[in-house]
Design a protein around this ligand. Structure first.
Ligand code: UDX
Ligand code: ADP
Length: 465
């Protein structure tokens, strides 16, 4: 088997950046180039101050520090990287086409298509093209068709190698992956390509964890894995609503069922709703595919996971409104957290966006504190929703970098992200600063009820009456 010495990744985002840093660290003899058309992003990846990397991810800084300039490079010269690489990973964004009511379900593949056309134009020798972005099933087929019909007559092997890393634990997930999935054509050259990519992961992962399948199984498995995980969250969230009406406690229910080894304890934490760039998008893709094959019941089944998630976000916002005496108009509500989960600065599909939207509809005044998310991202999220003008968003929603001063004269705090630092705050001081009665709505089940009530708070926790 030919030894791979040069690879590149198109797309320097949440997937491409961490994945390539880990490959570079684990495979010192391979030159890894990460390219992006976004100059600002590449400049941030190349910034001497490693605190300015474009994404925040525990352990990432150290990986980049150990490899950048040695065998890891960040550049905007996409063509050069394609030309010199034997393996090209495509890791560009594939957003769902539209948002809001009547959301589109199909993924927008225009960035993928542009990449494929670019590879076809530039490549002068045989290449292995790896789809890493989350993609609808059969995208590999589309990429292959573009490459074969517009290329320079060179052979392209397309592999599907879906990413299973979770943000916030990306480096750990990559180093210690439960499994790596590699889908490819069942031909001799397809097998060679699968083996070449397997050999890269084989630098640090045991053979048994590197699974080879056909392309479509690999593409579909990615969607199904995320659909199953999201389904667990929606399942427990549906029970949280029931717990709030009874004296059951959702944490006790989770614990009780999680002890059953057939069920398992992970992904049973009730929350204000799942977010992130994958869960919703992947389920929508699954629903879209099922529907396009006329499998209505299958589509409806999985769609319910999203319907339940939307309900959970809405329910949280409505509870704030009803509890604050049926009006939040002109009331100051402080958001603790904006990211879709802790230890990331990613806000895509974060529940906070939708809760903010619902409260702003009722003329609340929102002040957001998040330790890692920048104000420009928060405003971009709100503007993207399109519910109100950018001026209105900036008038009604403010962002602060001081979590404690933020609560001065606030009516309520809503905990939207489970950042560890929130647990160590001086909640007695926070209580003093707030208007009374002082409300805390804990969408992450982060704080202790007895302690919070001891301070004097009116404390509401998802999944408890
Ligand atoms: C997910 C998959 O876990 C990962 O394998 C895939 O590659 C990408 O999608 P990610 O979206 O980064 O990863 O984070 P994840 O930890 O799965 O959390 C997704 C959302 O579900 C978050 O908003 C999180 O807060 C929420 N969640 C998760 C819960 O509300 N409860 C849980 O028990 C677990
Ligand atoms: P993900 O979470 O999938 O990594 P991101 O949005 O974080 O998604 O990153 C995707 C990156 O891909 C962005 O930085 C974007 O600029 C880049 N990108 C999109 N299209 C192209 C393209 N045709 N060539 C190079 N980079 C691209």
């Amino acid at each position: 088997m030919k030894k791979i010495t040069k690879i590149c990744c198109i797309g320097a985002g949440y997937v491409g950046g961490p994945t390539m840093s880990v490959i570079a660290k684990q495979c010192p003899e391979i030159k890894v180039t990460v390219v992006d058309i976004n100059q600002k992003r590449i400049d941030q990846w190349n910034d001497n101050d490693l605190d300015n990397l474009p994404i925040y991810e525990p352990g990432l800084k150290e990986m980049v520090e150990a490899t950048r300039g040695k065998n890891l490079f960040f550049s905007t010269d996409v063509d050069k990287a394609i030309d010199e690489s034997e393996i090209i990973f495509i890791s560009v964004n594939t957003p769902t086409k539209t948002y809001g009511k009547g959301k589109g379900q199909a993924a927008d593949l225009k960035f993928i298509e542009l990449c494929a056309r670019n590879i076809a134009k530039v490549a002068k020798d045989d290449k292995i093209v790896v789809e890493k972005s989350t993609l609808p099933v059969r995208t590999a087929e589309a990429i292959k068709s573009i490459l074969d019909n517009t290329g320079n007559g060179v052979n392209f092997e397309i592999l599907s190698n879906p990413e299973f890393l979770a943000e916030g634990t990306a480096i750990e997930d990559l180093l210690n992956a439960d499994r790596v999935l590699i889908g490819g054509q069942e031909t001799a050259s397809g097998q060679q390509a699968k083996d070449a990519l397997s050999a890269i992961y084989g630098h640090w992962l045991p053979k048994e964890r590197i699974l080879q399948t056909n392309v479509w199984s690999s593409e579909l498995s990615k969607l199904v894995a995320n659909a199953f995980l999201a389904q667990r969250v929606s399942s427990i969230n549906s029970i949280s609503a029931l717990c709030e009406r009874t004296d059951a406690n959702v944490a006790e229910v989770s614990r009780a069922i999680g002890f059953d080894s057939r069920i398992g304890s992970k992904f049973l934490n009730s929350s204000v709703g799942f977010g992130g760039s994958c869960f919703q998008k992947d389920i929508l893709n699954l629903v879209y595919i099922a529907r396009s094959f006329g499998l209505q019941e299958v589509a409806d089944y999985w769609e319910q996971v999203i319907i339940m998630n939307d309900y959970q976000k809405r329910r949280f916002a409505e509870n704030i409104i009803t509890t604050l005496y049926n009006t939040v108009s002109g009331k100051k509500i402080v958001f603790y957290g904006w990211a879709f989960k802790k230890d990331t600065n990613d806000t895509r599909e974060s529940a906070a966006i939708y809760v903010a939207d619902a409260l702003l509809e009722e003329n609340a005044e929102i002040l957001v504190y998040d330790p890692k998310v920048k104000a420009e991202t928060i405003y971009a999220d709100m503007d993207y929703l399109g519910t109100r003008s950018p001026e209105e968003n900036r008038r009604l929603l403010k962002v602060t970098d001081n979590a404690i001063e933020a609560v001065e004269n606030a009516h309520a705090i809503a905990v939207l992200t489970e950042w560890d630092e929130f647990k160590s705050y001086d909640w007695a001081e926070i209580y003093q600063k707030m208007l009374k009665p002082a409300f805390v709505f804990d969408g992450r089940r982060l704080l202790d009820k007895t302690t919070m009530e001891g301070f004097g708070f009116k404390y509401y926790k998802i999944g408890e009456s």
